[in-house]
Design a protein around this ligand. Sequence first.
Ligand SMILES: [Zn+2]
Length: 531
Amino acid sequence: MQNECQQLNGDTILPIVVHVVYFDAASNVSDQAIKNMIDTLNYEWTGKKGGENMGFSFALAKRDPNGNLTNGIYHVDGSSIPNYATQGAQSVANDPINLGIMNVAPAWNKDKYINIWIVQSNAFSGAGAYLYRTIMIRNVNVVTSGNLTHEMGHFFDLFHTFQGSTTTQCPIDTNPYFDGDKCADTHPHKMADCGSTSCTGSGSIPDVFINYMSYCGSKIFTPDQKDRVFASLSRDERWCLALSDGLIPSNVETEVSVDSIRFLNDLSKPLCDSLGIIQMKVSNSGTKQIDSLKSWLYINDSLIKNITSIESISPYTSKWITLQPTKFEFSGSYNIKLILKKFNSDTVDYKMSNNSLCSDFDIIVKGILVNGVSNPLNAGTITGSQIVSCDERVILTATANNGFTFDHWEDEFGNFITTNNAYSRDINLQLENDQTYYAKFTILTDVNSNNIENNVMIYPNPAHDHLSISFRNQTNFQKITIINSIGSIIQEIDVVNLKDVTIDLKNYVRGNYFLSIIKDKGVYNFKCVIL
Ligand SMILES: [Zn+2]
């Protein structure tokens, strides 16, 4: 995950552990020489010699992975490694000598420390960084300026300025951001060429020959190289170095950090009720127990909540703390940022830069409409239609109005579902979208309709300009309702005490209509056609 919101600040310093793997007194490089090497690295890395200030620096670890005090330098006897003294480290990752070095001087947690091995080697002249997040420096070159700075460039994903070249051919540089060293402001050149201008392409010609990532000089990094290093540092697997407790002395009383942010929800699925449950991993690297925390939650740079957590975090331990559910209205990418503001009664701790953290998350929010519709519309009432935002059971129930009877449920493609008027569905939010179901009703055929029809005349049928209804001898009809073919009520006519009614049809569209006539407590339905 790329943490675009990460910011470098003045105290972004990454911890280094140096493993000196010696086989005699001369190869046991002194602590002072190691300290000088780190000083040189910082001097060059921060642009004091020239070029860009990369914006952060390095220091020897003050605390080991077990929380104990350290000076960040380990001297390890490698004389038992076969052929180490005569040949030393090789340029092949799985070479037995290299495996022997890693066996006597295993890496400290690479998430917390930049590991550097000082080794005997005949295979490489200056240094090697052939394994992922592994830097080896030849023991006789510890003092060489630019050496570790170059390897640190590789550690942060910089390529050689001559990347892609052979001794006789220039690197391809058609698209300077994708070809060669992927930095537009470094001129492409042949590996061994430290002064010619024979390669055409982008970038500064003189600067490349004094670039730390060439084999020619050791004076500058360029702005594009700096951007690339920052992008590399911002990635989770390196940003954790900025959050490391490796530079916190083991006797500090108060030191907390927020190390990681995650969701308790499975974010590959829609959030139930749009509620996200955020968790933050907090580490207590101090000697004092933490009993309460105050933190601020930002979403997309807006302060959302002040949170007080009553949690006990013992010294040298970490804990995942669960925040109250947070509502997310829309699907999309969200930037979540947490800042620790208070720990017990303290507002300041040893290292402030690790008190805030942000991460981007893709969140899916979904509400689907499950809708029941009466067909025809006036024929019945449907209960249970709703917007569903969690996996749950929905029951649509159809009840017929007077004059109609429920027949069956259909889906929106006209497929028969059930004759049970209560249709029950288990909704899976992840798999389903809005859906409509139709309760099909039929017009009740009254047992007395023949009698009624004998007493009611509807004419002409089909009708055109007007429609006449005559109740003959009956007087206790109450209302005529005219309904179109999709169930909408078009007109209602009060017919109490009337014997004849004429309806003007000039505003009617052509089609089939129902006449629903209420008499006493019964409803009688007739079809008529308007042409
Ligand atoms: Zn290199």
